[in-house]
Design a protein around this ligand. Structure first.
Ligand code: MN
Length: 237
């Protein structure tokens, strides 16, 4: 039985017993004592690694301010509220996503939103430099050339219908390109696309609409100028 269910079962059993024998006040104490050993996961928002205007002109300042300060902050708050309200007791992000199939839509969507954006901010920086070394070797080996890789990733990003993410992942030492809907990610057990995320692009309209309106293709084309390949290299082992 997975953590979330076992914990609910134990708490419910204890409560049922205590209610019968000695009443509700003690039952609640017993339940609290039972919860104490669990250090439930809390998501936290990383500090933005650059100023909100640093990715201009690819990503405009107002979009960054709203995206980081409002959208991402809300995902973090709501997932932490859901973890508390729903007694979700997974201790790590890895376990949380490996058991997404057991979570509520609220926990799934906002947990994904919390994690995906922390990742997204890190894989960008002002002044991208085309990758060399092991990243270039892996990309050329898998896709034939850097240009072919860019074409394929761009296709994944612009053909994702509605809101979602494009990904480059490492799946058992094989690089793969794909996309996920909504705030799903390749760490989730429910995701068709799985692997260790190396690079991600947010293609929700909130990520580009103020500057690009309906021209997602232009947003994607300009985004290559702010990819932080050093962060991709760190994740490619
Ligand atoms: Mn977003």
């Amino acid at each position: 039985m997975k953590n979330i269910n076992r914990r609910k079962f134990v708490n419910q059993s204890l409560k049922a017993t205590a209610f019968t024998v000695i009443g509700s006040q003690l039952a609640s104490n017993v339940a609290l004592a039972e919860e104490a050993p669990f250090a439930a996961l809390q998501f936290s928002q990383i500090a933005l690694p650059y100023a909100t205007n640093a990715l201009e002109p690819s990503i405009d300042t107002l979009t960054m301010e709203i995206h980081y300060g409002k959208h991402h902050a809300a995902y973090i708050k709501i997932v932490n509220d859901a973890i508390a309200a729903e007694n979700i007791s997974f201790a790590t992000e890895k376990d949380f996503f490996a058991n997404t199939s057991q979570l509520s839509a609220k926990a799934r969507n906002n947990g994904g939103g919390a994690w995906n954006h922390n990742f997204f901010w890190q894989v960008m920086k002002p002044g991208s430099v085309t990758p060399t070394g092991k990243v270039a070797d892996a990309i050329n080996g898998t896709f034939g050339s850097f240009d072919k890789f860019k074409e394929q990733f761009t296709q994944a990003a612009i053909t994702r219908f509605g809101s979602g993410w494009a990904w480059l992942v490492n799946d058992g030492n094989t690089l793969k390109i794909g996309s996920t809907p909504n705030q799903d990610n390749p760490l989730m057990d429910i995701s068709d696309m799985k692997g260790t995320p190396l690079l991600a692009l947010d293609v929700w309209e909130h990520a580009y609409y103020l500057k690009y309106q309906n021209k997602r293709n232009e947003y994607v084309a300009n985004w290559w100028s702010v990819v932080n390949w050093d962060e991709v290299a760190k994740r490619l082992n």
